[in-house]
Design a protein around this ligand. Structure first.
Ligand code: NAP
Length: 350
């Protein structure tokens, strides 16, 4: 048929799994060959096992695939995991032990010493940690939390150019971040919920690993301070974050805007299919960014930034917005797979 690389999706019936299917349906390099989920879904046609909630119609070929168990007997050696965190840890480890490449959205292995927590534009050098992994012939790479991804992309050019000393972030997170069906409608309509279990801890820890330096095959965590407050708001897709930063060398506003406008990294250099052409886009319009207007910029893979202004507590404050299920989950994981492929890390698995 084609010379695309066969891939499998674990947790294919969930909301992130569906986003993988939507995004990979016409991917130039990857072909969805297998879908897997729990025993509840295994053995059924995909269209019967899933409650399709994506906006585009379900691809007819995928609809006919029979859902498999999430066991390491799949023929595709490249596996995207959108598994529920209650089961992801062990299942992903089993796949890696059995010679599969696992690119995961789940939190379970994010802080394993030898597992990269990867955002291709920010810390692509951390891929080399996989050589330390002892899972067996395969390896695991993790995608950070959806709110962390937007935050670290906006902070990366600031950290490289002006060195971050402290960050305070307050999030307004979309309901799709909690999976389907997520927060009950009676709880979220006409409301804001000022708590998302585990989220603040992730946002305060993950950036320090991502901005860490790989020294002697280990990550030395970055040591700037981060404080996070996370809220669930009645938006379907797109996490908005209000960020305050303290920078070591206090630059002028224009310098900050310039580094965002000029930010480009390895995925852009390699011209990867899912790479946003501009990872960070700054808007001068005061009322931007907004989830309804900007979550899909650059294929939903870029971070929209606006409202840079002085902060009387730290140095500057601004607003960022990123698509939580595209850049913050499935799209981010696909970009990792593209990076692995283009750098030759998948060769021995094909
Ligand atoms: P979800 O809608 O609840 O989907 C969970 C998936 O896991 C389903 O396919 C389910 O299959 C499968 N599963 C559950 N128990 C299983 C078992 N025992 N064995 C095998 N498969 C099992 O969750 P989601 O929102 O898509 O999130 C998936 C993962 O991505 C989670 O770890 C989440 O934390 C992470 N994540 C989510 C987002 C987001 O924006 N939603 C962003 C970043 C990361 P069945 O249908 O067969 O039960």
């Amino acid at each position: 048929m084609s010379n695309k690389i066969d891939v499998a999706i674990l947790g294919a019936t969930g909301s992130v799994g569906q986003k993988f299917i939507e995004l990979l349906s016409n991917h130039p390099w990857f072909n969805i060959a297998e879908v897997a989920a729990s025993d509840r879904s295994a053995g059924k046609k995909y269209s019967e096992a899933t409650n399709w909630i994506m906006q585009s119609p379900l691809n007819k070929n995928i609809a006919e695939l029979i859902v498999k168990n999430s066991e390491p007997n799949l023929k595709s050696k490249i596996v995207f995991s959108a598994l529920d965190a209650s089961v992801a840890g062990e299942i992903e480890e089993n796949f890696a032990k059995n010679g599969y490449v696992v690119i995961s959205n789940a939190r379970n292995h994010r802080f394993d010493e030898d597992v990269p927590l990867l955002v291709p534009e920010v810390n692509y050098q951390h891929i080399d940690l996989i050589h330390q992994q002892k899972f067996g012939d395969g390896f695991i790479i993790t995608n950070p939390n959806c709110s962390t991804i937007g935050l670290v992309m906006a902070l990366k050019p600031l950290h490289d150019n002006f060195e971050i000393e402290a960050v305070n972030v307050v999030t307004m997170q979309a309901v799709s971040g909690g999976g389907y069906p997520g927060v009950p409608s009676m709880d979220i309509i006409d409301n804001v919920i000022p708590f998302i279990s585990g989220e603040e801890d992730k946002m305060e820890k993950e950036p320090k690993k991502i901005f860490g330096n790989l020294i002697n095959n280990k990550i030395e965590f970055a040591n700037f301070k981060i404080s996070a407050s996370c809220n669930r708001v009645p938006v379907i897709d797109g996490h908005t974050e209000i960020v305050q930063v303290k920078l070591k060398s206090k630059p002028a506003k224009d310098e900050i805007i310039n580094v965002w406008k000029n930010f480009s990294s390895e995925p852009q250099k390699l011209n990867l299919p899912f790479a946003p052409s501009k990872p960070t886009t700054y808007f001068d319009v005061e009322k931007y960014p907004q989830p309804k207007l900007h979550r899909n910029i650059d294929k939903g893979m870029a971070v929209a930034i606006g409202r840079l202004r002085d902060c009387s507590i730290l140095d500057y404050k601004f607003v960022i917005l990123s698509h939580n299920t595209i850049r913050g989950a499935a799209g981010g994981a696909i970009l990792i797979a593209e990076l692995l492929k283009s750098k030759g890390y998948l060769d021995k698995y094909l």
